[in-house]
Design a binder for this molecule. Structure first.
Ligand code: PQ2
Ligand code: NAD
Length: 204
């Protein structure tokens, strides 16, 4: 599987099933500002509440074959193997589909994720062991402190200045210099560096 990070804002997502597994996926999809429709005979109370708050649309019935036509991304998470398999069979080859109980029938896997602002660390075992993914995620949570969030903002700001203001030939060295670990914890060093960078822009 080819790992990519996809922008789901404003995209139509259809989730089949309304149990705890569907809800876990929905919670993360909502953070991505996807437009979510849940089609499920019944649904856990969290999904019902999200529907009442107009944060998603829950249609309370069995899935039908044309429910998925307009979806950019589909999650098949009913508790029935044959229903999930039928959904995978119906979608067209340009749609993204995750099948919660039969990975091989879908074309993407949902990883375990650690977020530190712009830093996104995602772990997958290619379906071999979700439990190991969770364990590795916890190790990464320990290794990558919350400091990374503001550090990434600093890196982003500096890189934007470098890309916009510094001639191409000088960029690579500056971009490499930026990843010096000294900037991770020392906010004053970040401030100093940014000032130097802004000065450089006028002399180059
Ligand atoms: C990471 C995470 C993302 C998420 O779902 O948000 C995720 N599973 C999580 C939790 C979890 N899943 C399971 C348990 C029980 C313990 C265990 O069995 O180990 C727990 C633990 C718990 O619930 O605490 C059981 C399980 N999972 C799958 C099957 C079906 C099968 O294997 O065929 C079964 C057996 C069902 C049964 O018994 O019938 C399938 C998949 N689960 C995946 C992802 C994909 C592979 C990821 C990878 O490549 O590693 C994949 C292939 C499909 C997919 O969903 O894309 C999320 C952790 C979020 C976090 O906390 O970070
Ligand atoms: N991928 C994962 O991370 C993972 C983890 C654990 C379990 N699973 C698998 O995911 C599936 C769902 O787990 P769960 O605990 O949420 O199950 P669940 O039984 O709690 O919920 C199933 C949902 O599917 C709905 N449903 C059933 N048939 C339907 C149909 N024809 N049309 C529409 N909705 C229908 C039910 O109303 C219910 O809301 C199971 O097959 C389980 O083995 C996947």
């Amino acid at each position: 599987m080819y790992p990519i990070h996809v922008d789901l804002s404003g995209k139509e997502v259809v989730v089949a099933g309304g149990g705890p597994v569907a809800y876990r996926k929905i919670r993360d999809l909502l953070k991505e500002k996807a437009i979510i429709t849940v089609i499920s005979i019944d649904a856990v109370k969290e999904i019902q509440e999200l529907h009442e708050q107009s944060k998603l649309t829950w249609i309370s019935r069995e899935v039908k074959s044309n429910d998925f036509e307009k979806a950019f991304l589909i999650v098949a998470a009913t508790n029935l193997n044959e229903v999930n398999a039928e959904i995978a069979n119906k979608v067209n080859e340009n749609q993204l589909i995750n099948v919660a109980d039969q990975t091989q029938l879908g074309n993407f896997i949902i990883p375990s994720v650690v977020r530190r602002g712009k830093l996104v660390l995602s772990v997958s075992t290619s379906g071999a062991s979700p439990s190991l993914s969770i364990l590795i995620k916890k190790e990464l949570q320990q290794m990558y402190s919350k400091d990374y969030e503001s550090y990434l903002e600093f890196l982003f700001e500096c890189r934007t200045i470098i890309k916009n203001e510094i001639p191409k030939i000088k960029r690579k060295a500056l971009l490499t210099e930026l990843t010096d670990p000294v900037f991770l914890h020392d906010v004053n060093k970040r401030y100093g560096y940014k000032k130097t960078l802004l000065n450089k822009k006028f002399v180059t």
